[in-house]
Design a protein around this ligand. Structure first.
Ligand SMILES: Cc1cc2nc3c(=O)[nH]c(=O)nc-3n(C[C@H](O)[C@H](O)[C@H](O)COP(=O)(O)OP(=O)(O)OC[C@H]3O[C@@H](n4cnc5c(N)ncnc54)[C@H](O)[C@@H]3O)c2cc1C
Length: 282
């Protein structure tokens, strides 16, 4: 096995669309929905950002043609946010329109806190025009409760996650227990909203808290879904499906895998030890 394959295959479905579609078919066969992410971020050339949007449009069309249970997740810095907000707005609008033609949802991923405000402003603009767009809120940020209030007021679907970027104390909660407590508080707001939101976590404690809250409040399983990343907590994924919950898997693919891969390693020291052990053994 090559070093590339060895390093990436745990977290990344492959380098090509065909490999990603194979993973999607397998997950769909297990009763799971999927969202596809073409890996890449911080693109500063307009041409490259336009080409990447075209790749997403081809992807949307192929998902529809192959009748996969899948939608797409998009990072705005891959779509030209560093060029300008208006350029990015126009570029991503093309993807949202193509997806809308197939009744497909587009999720705008959330990146580091330098981009939060601009991402949300753009999401508000898209949501004013299209009904197939939603975004992500990170429980670690101090601002998230207020942001959730505004998104819910506008009827926008939210994926709640803890947050994958290293952030300073001025913008983010630093202690893990405090992030978890905020995650649970925000989860309750989402479940109470009556809008279909997504609870994205591999953390058994967050999952139990969500299940318990929904049961106590009599919120049907069909009113929300859980989400996990490709290759993480696979037993949890199948267990939630078995228990009748909606489960969506985030399936990243492509050649620009390093930043995503690095975030997955950083989240868990065992991952780094695992890689180190295998590299030493080889
Ligand atoms: C579907 C989905 C979409 C996401 N989208 C975004 C986004 O747009 N923006 C953003 O900032 N973040 C995003 N994230 C990442 C998220 O913010 C967290 O960084 C990540 O999910 C880890 O947090 P956790 O909730 O799993 O809890 P943690 O407390 O980090 O982990 C709980 C347990 O899950 C397992 N686990 C977690 N991570 C790993 C790992 N890398 N390898 C192996 N086991 C692991 C371990 O058993 C760990 O003990 C997304 C996550 C998911 C599931």
């Amino acid at each position: 096995m090559g070093l590339f394959t060895f390093l990436t295959k745990r977290f990344i479905a492959g380098e090509t669309k065909e490999e990603a579609f194979r993973a999607v078919r397998r997950l769909n066969g297990m009763g799971m929905r999927t969202t596809l992410d073409i890996l890449g971020e911080n693109v500063t050339s307009e041409k490259m950002a336009r080409d990447l949007a075209n790749l997403y449009i081809n992807l949307v069309e192929a998902i529809d043609r192959d009748k996969l249970t899948a939608n797409v997740s998009v990072k705005l810095t891959q779509m030209g946010l560093d060029v300008s907000d208006d350029f990015c707005y126009r570029n991503v609008s093309r993807i949202i329109e193509a997806a809308g033609a197939s009744n497909m949802f587009v999720r705008i991923d959330m990146e580091g806190s330098d981009y939060t405000e601009r991402t949300l402003q753009l999401v508000h603009r898209w949501a004013g025009k299209y009904d197939n767009v939603g975004t992500v809120i990170q429980a670690m940020l101090h601002r998230s409760e207020a942001d959730i209030g505004e998104l819910i007021r506008r009827g926008i679907r939210i994926r709640l996650c803890k947050g994958a970027y290293k952030e300073p104390p001025s913008v983010a909660i630093q202690r893990k227990d405090d992030v978890n407590a905020n995650y649970i508080a925000l989860m309750k707001i989402l479940l109470d909203s009556g809008i279909f939101h997504s609870i994205a976590t591999h953390d058994d404690a967050m999952i139990s808290a969500t299940r318990d809250y929904a049961t106590i409040k009599g919120i049907p399983k069909s009113n929300f879904e859980f989400q996990m990343l490709y290759g993480i907590n696979r037993s949890g994924q199948t267990e939630l499906v078995k228990d009748g919950y909606g489960m969506l898997i985030y399936v990243p693919f492509g050649t620009h895998w390093f930043p995503y891969y690095y975030r997955r390693l950083r989240e868990r020291k065992e991952n780094i030890l695992f890689i180190a052990k295998h590299l030493l053994r080889d």
